[in-house]
Ligand binder design. Sequence first.
Ligand code: FMN
Ligand code: EPS
Length: 405
Amino acid sequence: MLRYLTAGESHGEALIGIVEGMPAGVPLTAEVINEQLARRWQGYGRGGRAKIEQDRVHIYSGVRFSKTIGSPIALRIDNAAYHRDRAHWPEVMAVEGTGEGIEKITLPRPGHADLVGAQKYGFDDLRPVIDRASARETAMRVACCTIARQLLRQFGIQIGSHVLRIGQVGYERPEDWQARVEALIAEGAEALARAADQSPVRMLDPELTERAIAHIQETKKQGDSLGGVYEVVVTGVPPGLGSYVHWDRRLDGQLAQAILSIQGQKAVEIGDGIAAASLPGSQVHDPITKENGVFRRRSNHAGGLEGGVTTGMPIIVRGYMKPIPTLIKPLETVDIATGEAQPTRYERSDVTSVPAASVVAEATVAFVIANAFLEKFGGDSLEEIRRRYEAEIGQLSTGLASKLE
Ligand SMILES: Cc1cc2nc3c(=O)[nH]c(=O)nc-3n(C[C@H](O)[C@H](O)[C@H](O)COP(=O)(O)O)c2cc1C
Ligand SMILES: C=C(O[C@@H]1CC(C(=O)O)=C[C@@H](OP(=O)(O)O)[C@H]1O)C(=O)O
């Protein structure tokens, strides 16, 4: 089993990650991870922190001569905010001492984890909640999951994403983006990622990009914030990953968890899931065909998954993000120290983070797919997995086909 852990507070010294279960022989350098970390910072609508952080990973273990060696991989990313403002953050986030004289934050923001965190852990200061609930943590998640992405790349499995909507600005109908996506992913989903990266809001359509930027500017002027929708696509996935035999082995369920585990994500759609709920079955289920002894589907409304198992068609997962909770325009709250009604106080924040969330979602999806891939084809080294993969993949397509004839 592949697993990872992250640690670190947003304004602490650093973020730490450990990835365990990665086989030996997977090509890996800090540069490959840094590339993904830079992608996570893109996106019009991010706040002041984007100008401070220059995320660079340091690999401490588990890699030798640019290849994984099978042992746990330990990673570190420094928080530039902490190191830049040394008069402030080392004192506020001190590991030792009493905290005497440090100002307490007592006005919880609706929509953030502030109040529930303080209630749950018994704090009279919201700082520890703010700092760990923060999506700063997703920098380390992207780093850890990029290692999974590297494994998948060795087998031609690629992941990309693009933004479909920011607030009021988005495609009206699936036909408005689907043909464009299909053309791009014909070369693999990373072509989709590269094309989306050209837009400051990761939208494929230049006109929508302009409108989305104007919408973000106007929303910022009004002191408000925005959410949105993005689509993650995985290509080159063999049939047979995941399983229908038990709830926690269903890949669709695991993908939904991977998306919803990202801060601010409130809904997930697999394939045409939402539209399918109001259509008759004849317009939803993908007809099965057989070409050269291989089973195929005429369409992909199912988003590459049936019964929690991959069909071999591209996996399509959409994530829905709520608007950012920190607003310039105050919201009603209650001071946890005095119990008095108060307006919220504004601290530096993003207006929207949907483009960044789409990059994080690519990473979390990569991890789920890599884990399912290892469950099916796993071994201790890349070479061992390759032998199994090559032997099995023939059976899954043509072999299975002949058995069912
Ligand atoms: C990439 C990214 C950046 C975010 N930036 C901010 C931000 O600047 N300000 C903020 O209040 N929330 C931000 N959020 C959302 C909060 O982290 C999130 O709403 C909070 O942790 C509460 O979790 P929940 O929304 O899932 O309930 C961001 C989320 C993501 C994924
Ligand atoms: C630091 C990141 O995002 C942060 C996520 C975040 C939140 O509340 O989730 C709040 C903001 O942090 P700060 O208070 O330092 O401005 C964002 O900048 C990051 O993505 O690396």
